[in-house]
Design a protein around this ligand. Structure first.
Ligand code: MBD
Ligand code: FE
Length: 279
């Protein structure tokens, strides 16, 4: 496919940076005592590492040029979501009794087209990939079904690319909003995504290569599930047997989020429900 030849780290990074600035940009309000505490602790952890390992000027300058390139490539959202967000997510959701969630990552776009309770996610004619039919129900922790809940689904295509962050893909491809029926149920038709590789030509890719790490996330479906009076659930669902379920570069796989697909016709069916915590 031709769009691969022009997919660059700098272009997807710029897209993710613009997305973040428009949806979530920091509006101030962290008290000075808190900034003081957190900034001091983080800096002191850096100082300790430098002393413990006798970091040289060459290494300090390597870090400095690399940090500059993270910004130039627009890869701060990618870097932070891959290597930091999973801990923020754990801390933010540790009180929950309902569904386990996981990180959002850099490629969510709000207001994807509404498809009702049963429908097909927007996709191209002959969208490549194994057809996937997903049935599920959204409930509250007391077991009551949540009608009118929103299930926002977004995922990579069969080649690991996300619409709006790689060129040559229709705007809302593989991005849709579903609304549960009166019994909290939904049925979604889509295709199975491919594993995702961190761009190798940007700053994050350079870190991965320099450290001798791998650059893969297992194949995953992203969701945000919301209902009035309930905490927003952000999650990802994974496929059993994926080589990177045990060593996701973004550390975002949890056993509760691994699906159990069943073969059906020319594709697969999955059944996965969500339980939301009341606010
Ligand atoms: C992704 O697709 C993703 O989900 C995360 C968390 C980071 C980078 C790419
Ligand atoms: Fe993703």
């Amino acid at each position: 496919a031709t769009h691969h030849e022009t997919a660059t780290a700098a272009a997807s990074g710029a897209g993710a940076t613009a997305r973040f600035k428009s949806d979530k940009a920091y509006g101030g309000g962290t008290p000075p005592e808190r900034v003081d505490l957190l900034a001091r602790e983080v800096l002191s952890a850096v100082h300790d590492t430098i002393r413990r390992h006798k970091v040289t000027y060459d290494e300090y300058n390597a870090l400095k040029s690399w940090l500059i390139s993270v910004g130039e490539d627009g890869e701060w959202p990618l870097f932070l979501d891959v290597w930091v967000e999973h801990v923020v997510e754990d801390v933010a959701t540790e009180h929950r009794e309902g569904n386990k969630g996981t990180i959002e990552g850099p490629y969510y776009v709000p207001d994807a087209p509404e498809q009702g309770s049963t429908g097909t996610i927007p996709m191209r004619d002959n969208e490549p990939g194994t057809p996937l039919t997903w049935t599920g129900q959204v409930r509250s922790t007391d077991g009551s079904p949540l009608g009118g809940a929103k299930v926002e689904l977004w995922h990579a295509d069969d080649e690991g690319f996300y619409s709006q962050f790689a060129p040559g893909i229709p705007e809302w491809n593989l991005r849709g909003t579903f609304t549960t029926d009166g019994e909290g149920r939904f049925e979604i038709h889509t295709v199975r995504p491919a594993p995702y590789q961190i761009p190798t030509d940007g700053a994050c890719g350079k870190l991965i290569a320099a450290a001798g790490w791998h650059s893969w996330r297992p194949a995953h479906l992203h969701v945000k599930v919301s209902a009035p009076g309930h905490e927003l659930l952000t999650a990802q669902l994974y496929f059993p047997g994926d080589a990177h379920n045990d060593d996701d570069i973004a550390s975002a796989v949890k056993p509760e989020l691994i699906l159990d697909p069943k073969p059906a016709g020319d594709g697969e069916t999955i059944a996965y429900d969500f339980v939301l915590d009341p606010e």
